[in-house]
Design a protein around this ligand. Structure first.
Ligand code: AMP
Ligand code: MG
Length: 337
């Protein structure tokens, strides 16, 4: 989960309908522009239902369709699942393979070992090195998940799925699709920082603030153009500190340890699920490695802020992003993706 804050310059005379619902373990904010109250209420009910269904289906540690899948995955036998589960599994598998396994929703065992599959934030100590190494050596990954129609099979008993990195993005894409079907064309959905907008906020575009990964405020803002999504992954979410060292909730599947090179990665893309998978993958990738991973994921708008404060950005995003904090940080422009 991530935090980007919406910049709102709302006034009472503007036909802006805003509602917050609590779902997927956090606040989801829905903003609708120029929609009559009855339709707004209908939309809000629909989205509440969507988010709740996704929560109960895909929860990684409360009993859910996903925990049942994970039980089966520990055994070699094939098993069948509801057809409605297949699109996310297929999409997650493809995104994971494209990211070279840096976005790897198959590392549920490692996430559990680190204590991140819990409603409480872990507080250390970190797990023992041999336990981490033993799980990494079993190489669980999405290539181990065989999907044939609605039949699944695991080629690796260490494979355990956790969609914490893309659950919000997946839900936001569905929410926008449902708003459209209801005839709503100017909206913003923000699931704890995973944002997608359609249309405009009246005469002006929807404007989004991007959080400073090391401070309390907004680092930069961007105006959204029509239908697009913006997602930030940061090491400031759900991290714990132990003996002065920060342990982020995003793990490098290659080492089994939390990322420590990057503080945050922001990705702008048409789909929230792609932006969400990419923001996680690029946070794991190194300073010279992320451009290749972004290219493989079809992502062109990226800002990566290293743990030491260095800001790298793609030219397309640099054209649109406006730094709010003064002085603006020095930006290293990378080659276009
Ligand atoms: P996000 O904030 O979108 O980057 O997602 C972070 C969440 O994704 C964590 O809380 C974990 O549940 C999960 N996660 C951590 N590391 C990875 C990884 N390398 N690949 C996929 N999911 C991960
Ligand atoms: Mg993500």
């Amino acid at each position: 989960m991530l935090l980007v804050t919406l910049l709102c310059s709302c006034s009472k005379s503007e036909p802006l309908y805003q509602e917050q619902i609590f779902a997927l373990g956090s606040l989801v904010e829905i903003s609708l522009w120029g929609v009559d109250p009855a339709l707004a209420a209908q939309a809000s009910a629909r989205l509440t239902e969507d988010f709740n269904r996704i929560h109960t289906t895909w929860h990684a540690w409360e009993p859910s369709a996903l925990t049942r899948i994970n039980e089966h995955l520990t055994r070699a036998a094939a098993f069948s699942v509801d057809a409605e589960l297949i699109p996310l599994l297929t999409r997650a598998r493809a995104l994971s393979l494209a990211s070279g396994g840096l976005f790897n929703p198959g590392i549920g065992k490692l996430l559990a070992l680190w204590g991140f599959q819990s409603d409480e934030r872990p507080n250390g100590p970190p797990p023992d090195a041999p336990a981490i190494a033993a799980l990494v050596a079993r190489h669980p990954g999405m290539a181990d998940l065989h999907i044939d129609g609605t039949t699944l099979r695991s080629a690796n008993p260490a494979l355990q799925l956790d969609f914490g990195a893309i659950g919000q993005g997946y839900a936001v894409d569905i929410a926008i699709e449902h708003l459209r079907r209801l005839g709503i064309h100017n909206a913003l959905v923000n699931a704890s920082g995973d944002i997608r907008v359609i249309g405009k906020h009246g005469k002006r575009p929807w404007r989004i603030g991007i959080r400073d990964p090391r401070g309390p405020g907004i680092l930069a803002s961007i105006e959204m153009q029509g239908d697009e999504s913006i997602v930030t992954s940061g090491d400031y979410e759900r991290y714990f500190k132990y003996k002065g060292k920060r342990y982020s909730h995003i793990l490098d599947p290659r080492s089994g340890y939390p990322v420590n090179g990057a503080a945050s990665v922001t990705v702008l893309h048409d789909n929230a699920i792609v932006a969400d998978a990419a923001s996680t993958a690029l946070l794991v990738a190194g300073a010279n490695e992320w451009q290749g991973v972004a290219r493989a994921l079809g992502v062109k708008h990226v800002m990566r802020i290293a743990a030491n404060g260095t800001v790298q950005m793609t030219p397309l995003l640099a054209q649109r992003l406006h730094f709010e904090a003064a002085p603006a940080p020095k930006v290293e422009l990378v080659a276009p993706l």
